[in-house]
Write a protein that binds this ligand. Structure first.
Ligand code: PAF
Length: 281
């Protein structure tokens, strides 16, 4: 397994490949969720690149860009043990030109307003443009046949699938299921910010989703009733959103006849860690 920091070196290596290429884009601080993506990529491709890059363009000034965990040495062990071929870990100034660092501007790939004006896009303006931009750059550098994304970031996955379709990228997007701790908490790099108490009650998010799934199976299809039930599990959290959307267009629905997706984003009471989770009902 090779760690590459420069685009030119990565491009030269990619040029030599004759088999299928898999890409797993990450921001590092790799955990069991990322490992499941890497394992799948390794099982389905001849050559696998894992990118490790905390992308400044997808963070707003008030967000956790500076303190986002950076653990490249540990990440390298996980990637090596999973059998992937390359970690691409560029420095920010390898990915973006001077104008970004001087004026906070770069050429952006912007997702349609309809996809980004709600859920995480509403509380994180510009976030998905930053994601689409860096993912497009990685696609152009790696030319993968398949790229792997977790279902935990459900809106991100939806937007990337749309981007691939609408910008004619010839890449298969492979969704990978959420990996959970034993008690049900969705695994995330940001879980490392949780205080002991936050961690104890963080499980309520997945318990609430499970309850909504049970109620939906028992015949309750009214979104507001399901949302109110979930809200009662999250009284101690600062809830950003609880929404039920259709799988097809990610738009909110009032009465869910076809199994929809329920999504939650909420900040924990002590360390204000913004956790997201979702479940198909
Ligand atoms: O999901 C993430 O970790 C990031 O948003 C991604 C897709 C690696 C782009 O920076």
């Amino acid at each position: 397994m090779k760690i590459i920091h420069k685009k030119a070196e990565l491009k030269a290596l990619i040029k030599k490949q004759t088999g299928s290429i898999g890409l797993v884009p990450t921001m590092g601080a790799l955990h069991a969720g990322h490992k499941s993506l890497i394992d799948k990529a390794v099982s389905e491709n001849d050559f696998v690149v894992v990118s490790v890059f905390v992308n400044p363009v997808q963070f707003a000034p008030n967000e956790d860009y500076d303190k986002y965990p950076r653990t490249l040495d540990k990440d390298a062990i996980l990637v090596q043990n999973s059998g992937a071929d390359v970690i691409f870990a560029p420095a920010p100034d390898e990915m973006y030109t001077d104008i970004y660092f001087k004026e906070k501007e770069t050429t952006l790939v912007c997702a349609p307003y309809k996809y980004v004006n709600r859920l995480c896009g509403k509380s994180r303006p510009g976030h998905f443009d930053g994601v689409c931009t860096v993912v497009s750059k990685l696609f152009n550098l790696v030319h993968p046949n398949k790229a792997y994304f977790g279902e935990k970031d459900a809106q991100q996955l939806f937007i990337i699938k749309k981007m691939v379709e609408e910008l004619d990228f010839d890449i298969e997007i492979v969704p990978c299921p959420i990996v959970r701790e034993n008690d049900g908490l969705a695994i995330s790099s940001r879980n490392s910010y949780l205080s002991e108490y936050d961690r104890k009650i963080a499980v309520n998010i997945s318990l609430a989703l499970k309850k909504a799934k049970e109620l939906y199976a028992s015949g309750i299809k009214d979104s507001q009733v399901l949302i109110d039930t979930v809200f009662s599990y999250l009284k101690e959290f600062d809830v950003d959103y609880i929404q039920i959307v259709s799988k097809e267009d990610f738009c909110p629905i009032i009465k869910a006849d076809k199994p929809p997706v329920m999504l939650i984003a909420a900040k924990t009471p002590e360390n204000h860690v913004r956790l997201i989770d979702n479940m198909e009902l």
